[in-house]
Design a protein around this ligand. Structure first.
Ligand SMILES: [Zn+2]
Length: 356
């Protein structure tokens, strides 16, 4: 019986790799672009996110050493040691999840000691924050653009206490964010994701089409992707958006050096179907699946066949778990109802994310 199963798997793998070899990825993507009901702008946006988040920040020695030199590693490892000793009191050595302890400490360090949430920037002249009036958004100036070519937008504020003008460039580059150490969810996720990558953690950057970003890491002990939101210090709480914040969402997509994944069901449908925004950017689920598959083949084109195949199997397993959540054992959560923790109460309630 086992023999039959392994023969079947070998055959399946052969077919998969043969099909892959005979597929022209560029023509698949161009036919997706030309299919009526598929939104070209959406496809281009996903491809742009792939180019930004699936290659350049991985195996990047310069960025990695910059990050590790900037963080207070002594403090981080000291706290990890303390937690390991604490857990050793009632757990066997092999029951302790060192990866989970590291991630939780990084979440704590990042929010409590390193990065700052910014509703509006401190006044560049008097330093006050409570009298800043938003004037306009504009393109970055030369200096800002030279600092980070991915900075596309600058918010301009006027201080009503002293009259000074303060610019708040919305930087994206992790290296620049290591210096500025402030922002909203975009800046938080952009840096925190690549901090984890620098610690050699398998990580993906998670993008929601409406307006939020966060990340996930692959826990090697549990063999699953775990939700993380650095703004919230949230660990494995995929329900916080569609349930606690009452956030309405359509697409949620994960990007990493090993591939991309459509995670819309994980964060919306399987949590609170009532908060699903109609997914009309692609003609139907099948077209979305084709897009994800084509982009994965592209990302993995230089991977050894065995690795490509095992990532494909991983995708299939995740796809089944997300699409048939009742068909497989899933972790049941006691849903708490706390609302959004990052941002001022006023800002949170203006977005309707204050929880129940
Ligand atoms: Zn001022």
């Amino acid at each position: 019986m086992e023999d039959l199963a392994s023969k079947f798997l070998a055959k399946y793998k052969d077919n998969f790799l043969k099909k892959l070899k005979n597929t022209d990825n560029n023509s698949v993507i161009s036919s997706l672009r030309n299919t009526s009901g598929n939104d070209q702008n959406f496809i281009n946006q996903v491809i742009q996110l792939k180019n930004e988040h699936c290659y350049i920040y991985y195996n990047n020695d310069h960025l990695q050493s910059l990050i590790l030199e900037t963080l207070n590693l002594a403090l981080i490892y000291d706290n990890i040691d303390k937690e390991v000793s604490k857990q050793s009191e009632n757990k066997k050595a092999d029951e302790i999840d060192h990866e989970e302890i590291l991630i939780k400490e990084l979440l704590r360090y990042f929010k409590d000691d390193f990065f700052k949430w910014t509703n509006q920037p401190d006044c560049s002249s008097c330093g006050k924050n409570d009298n800043q009036q938003f004037l306009r958004g504009e393109r970055p100036n030369t200096e800002e653009f030279n600092r980070d070519s991915k900075c596309g937008h600058v918010e301009v504020y006027k201080c009503n206490s002293c009259g000074a003008i303060t610019r708040f460039p919305r930087y994206n580059s992790p290296a620049v964010l290591l210096e500025t150490r402030q922002g909203r969810c975009g800046e938080w996720a952009a840096l925190f994701t690549y901090i984890l990558v620098s610690f050699q953690i398998r990580t993906r950057y998670i993008w929601n089409k409406e307006d939020h970003v966060w990340c996930e890491y692959f826990n090697t002990k549990e063999k699953r992707w775990i939700h993380l939101d650095s703004c919230e210090k949230a660990y494995d709480e995929p329900h916080i958006y569609a349930r606690n914040w009452n956030k309405k969402m359509s697409y949620v997509i994960g990007f990493s050096d090993t591939g991309i994944a459509d995670l819309s069901k994980k964060y919306v449908d399987n949590v609170n179907k009532g908060n699903m925004i109609n997914r009309s950017s692609m003609r139907n689920d099948e077209e979305m699946y084709k897009l994800v598959t084509a982009l994965n083949n592209d990302i993995r084109s230089s991977y050894p066949p065995d690795l490509h195949f095992s990532l494909h199997q991983e995708d299939e397993k995740e796809y089944l778990n997300l699409n048939y959540p009742n068909g497989s054992p899933t972790k049941t959560h006691d849903f708490d109802t706390k609302g959004r923790q990052s941002g001022s109460a006023e800002w949170v309630s203006s977005r309707g994310e204050g929880g129940n």
